[in-house]
Design a protein around this ligand. Structure first.
Ligand code: FE2
Ligand code: FE2
Length: 448
């Protein structure tokens, strides 16, 4: 026993592990220790050996638990406890010990003591950081989630959980398909896979989501990839902010502006009913085409509003010119052309979240530069204006004018197709044509 102890002693000293043999019966006392154990607790060896083992515990409960396990099992493994050193300072240790009973009924405790203070400090630091992060996550009024590579949720904050009326722990392992309608969940999956596949984030994506109570909300979402230490992508993290209140305010502000502009439309209608029904019809055609193109609601609203107002500048043109039954003189045509600039001047300073004034300004421009007022070409003409141009021509040619009868849908389409790609945007002409085709070759804007 003595030789083994000596061998262990030298190894244990190098490793910084305390060794001890302690008599429990007939008398409690240390029989032997290596030099590491007294050093661990800041005692000189001779003084330490006079200490009682039970007296080293800082906490009575831990001491009772230690001896309860030892008495029951006869041994104990890696029992974590706080011992007190000579200056009564805490030392975290892990004790592994065996109770030995001799033939003469004397009892011993033999074991090792490892100092785990630095490990415990690290553990406490990590726990603190974890609490700090959790506190931060739970107090942010945005929905935050972490997902694995299969898009299964591995963690959410309280705000997310409240949004889906569940406890955070019950959400683990679920996917977007458990909370959202299939089409929405599918889009969310696509976005997550994009981030996983490319390693690129999706920043500030605005989307509308349906809540459990059936109401819609507007959110802005950012998704970023999560990496492990080797740089491998192991999942995604997302943060979603509810913008519904802000979006509603924006919508209200926009509605007020639109109502104010509608007054202009009314004034024009009172003066020239042809122009007004023309604007309305063009807006209807614009809406159908942009929906077919898959535009979002705000963009559609913008170009529709441009359509409703595009000829409002005609309010400044004398009625006898506007409704002249015959051909216009050069000077008269020059005056008519000015309606574009007049309208642009009227609305250019009003702040819109879309290019309303520019769309109107460009609605008589043509891809080959033959339009007015600036003779813009190709890509200098914004898509909204290209759409408005096609819709404008389509409606004008199929409607009654004081100076001519309607030319008919076939003629209008022939005209557009003839100049498709040279004056008019080819894609838009094709979409308009397919919509007419699908409506039994009748004007789809007169359906309602
Ligand atoms: Fe016009
Ligand atoms: Fe027009």
């Amino acid at each position: 026993m003595k030789n083994t102890f000596s061998l262990n002693k030298s190894c244990a000293d190098i490793l910084g592990i305390g060794l001890f043999r302690y008599s429990l019966l007939p008398k409690e006392k240390f029989i032997a220790t290596n030099s590491t154990l007294p050093k661990m607790l800041a005692y000189p060896k001779s003084e330490f050996q006079k200490k009682k083992f039970k007296g080293l515990f800082q906490n009575a409960k831990a001491k009772e638990e230690f001896f309860r396990i030892l008495n029951k099992e006869g041994k104990i493994k890696f029992f974590e406890a706080v011992l007190k050193d000579k200056k009564n300072k805490n030392v975290w240790v892990a004790i592994t010990a065996t109770r030995l009973v001799n033939k003469n009924k004397s009892e011993y405790l033999e074991g090792i003591v490892e100092n785990i203070s630095s490990h415990k400090e690290m553990e406490e630091k990590l726990a603190l950081e974890k609490d700090f992060l959790q506190g931060l996550l739970d107090n942010i009024p945005d929905a935050i989630y972490f997902k694995d590579r299969n898009n299964h949720i591995i963690k959410v904050n309280k705000f997310y959980a409240r949004g889906v009326s569940m406890k955070p722990e019950d959400i683990i392992g679920k996917t977007d398909f458990d909370f959202f309608p299939p089409e929405q969940a599918e889009q969310m999956f696509k976005d997550d896979y994009y981030v996983l596949r490319t390693g690129k984030p999706i920043v500030g994506k605005v989307e509308r989501t349906i809540l459990k109570n059936g109401s819609w909300n507007q959110v802005i979402t950012t998704k970023i990839p999560m990496h492990d230490r080797t740089g491998q992508i192991i999942g995604t993290m997302g943060i979603t902010r509810d913008m519904t209140t802000y979006a509603n305010l924006e919508r209200e502000r926009l509605a007020m502006l639109i109502n104010a502009l509608a007054v202009l439309g009314k004034a024009l209608e009172m003066r020239d009913p042809y122009t007004f029904s023309h604007n309305r019809n063009v807006a209807e055609i614009v809406e159908k085409i942009t929906r077919k193109l898959g535009w979002d609601e705000n963009r559609i609203l913008g170009v529709k509003l441009a359509a409703e107002l595009h000829d409002i500048g005609k309010i400044s043109i004398p009625l006898d010119i506007l409704n002249k039954p015959g051909k216009l003189s050069d000077l008269e045509f020059q005056l008519v052309k000015e309606h574009v600039i007049k309208c642009y001047e009227l609305i250019k300073d009003i702040e819109f979240p879309f290019s309303l004034a520019e769309t109107i300004y460009q609605h008589h421009e043509r891809l080959d530069g033959s339009g007015y007022p600036r003779g813009l070409k190709e890509k200098d003409i914004i898509l909204e204006a290209r759409i408005l141009a096609v819709c404008d021509v389509l409606e004008s040619m199929t409607s009654y004018r004081p100076y001519r009868e309607p030319l008919g849908l076939d003629k209008a389409l022939d005209e557009l197709k003839k100049d498709s790609g040279s004056k008019y945007d080819q894609t838009i002409v094709e979409v308009a044509s397919s919509l007419i085709e699908a409506n039994e070759k009748k004007p789809f804007w007169l359906n309602n």
